[in-house]
Design a binder for this molecule. Structure first.
Ligand code: TXA
Ligand code: MG
Length: 310
């Protein structure tokens, strides 16, 4: 992808003034502010209408930049070497003298960190003297954005600048892993659990049940297109959109598919944009046909299950 340097320069200018901008990542777009600035981080919470007790993910260029803020360990480095930059978020212990704003973590002693792979955002991160606090660039509990237009749909002129990076290639949020002690998965996401298991060579604890909510992104109302969703549907009712994993031989106006051939990675990439399309086409509800619960299908089912509880 060609990087527009004038746009990066503009993005930098806003960030140095403690303004929030939207940035592209390979998972979803983020609503970013200087993670060292209380003022910028407060703006992120306010714009997103995010409860103060739901901490932000902080985006770094590389681990060398992170070293001053967090305690790193062997398992972190194993996963970093294999998957970073990429769609994985680590929960780590903060160092006492970390410069990360207390607003980011709501005074918690842990920090969620990620190294995004998108070339535009990497180029930006390389050029600035601070990491970026960036939750997904949607109003709390709405669908995450996978292109600049999605961001504009939610925020209009309220965001000073959207740094365009085209369509997000993964299209679904990062996998979150608490790596401080026994590795614990807090959110399914862009990296499959089997790939993580292979690197760590041990069982993973999965702790993403809505009841516990150690990461509020696990809460049920997240990822919702704002209309009812029912799962494992055999057919659609009147006024209902019918969502399939693969293309059907019979094409009907209310039929939507996630991947022509039923490829689960492609399906994940198309999930949010398809839900958005269905909503914008004014369907009253969505019936979803069964989606295989393996690989990225697990992440897709996780999001749809939470959205169905709306
Ligand atoms: O792919 C992604 O992760 C995207 C892109 C923009 O990087 N970001 C994203 O951020 O999905 P957000 O804020 O929508 O989701 C972050 C999740 C939230 O559920 C939050 O509760 C959890 O991470 N989180 C943040 N800090 C945490 C911490 N210290 N401990 C546990 N969970 C944390
Ligand atoms: Mg989010």
């Amino acid at each position: 992808m060609k990087i527009n340097l004038a746009n990066i320069k503009k993005a930098k200018k806003f960030l140095y003034k403690n303004e929030c901008i939207a940035i592209p990542t390979e998972t979803v777009y983020g609503l970013a502010g200087n993670a060292f600035s209380d003022k910028a981080c407060k703006k992120v919470f306010k714009l997103k209408k995010r409860p103060k007790n739901n901490p932000l993910i902080v985006h770094y260029y590389n681990y060398q930049n992170l070293k001053k803020d967090c305690k790193l360990n062997e398992n972190f480095f194993k996963l970093y070497k294999k998957f970073c930059p990429g769609p994985i978020t680590f929960i780590l212990n903060l160092k006492k003298n970390s410069k990360v704003s207390k607003v980011v973590t709501n005074k918690k002693t842990t920090l969620a960190v990620r190294f995004p792979e998108h070339p535009v955002t990497r180029s930006l991160l390389k050029q600035i003297a601070f990491p970026l606090a960036a939750p997904s660039a949607n109003i709390s509990s709405r669908l995450s954005p996978v292109c600049s237009n999605d961001v504009k749909e939610d925020f209009g002129k309220k965001i000073k600048f959207v740094l365009d990076g085209g369509r997000s290639s993964i299209g679904i949020e990062s996998t979150i892993i608490d790596i401080r002690n026994k590795p614990k998965i807090l959110r399914l996401g862009g990296i499959e659990l089997s790939a993580i298991k292979k690197i760590l060579r041990r069982k993973l604890i999965i702790d993403n049940s809505p009841a516990k909510i150690s990461a509020p992104g696990q809460s049920r109302i997240h990822y919702s297109p704002g209309i009812p969703i029912r799962l494992k549907a055999k057919k659609a009712k009147n006024d209902e959109a019918f969502l399939f994993i693969n293309k059907k031989k019979v094409a009907k106006a209310n039929y939507f598919f996630l991947s022509k051939k039923g490829d689960l990675n492609e399906a994940a990439k198309n999930l949010y944009s398809t839900l958005r399309k269905i909503k914008n086409n004014k369907y009253k509800s969505i019936a979803v046909a069964k989606i295989p619960n393996k690989g990225m299908g697990k992440t897709i089912n996780d999001r749809l299950t939470r959205a169905s509880k709306f």
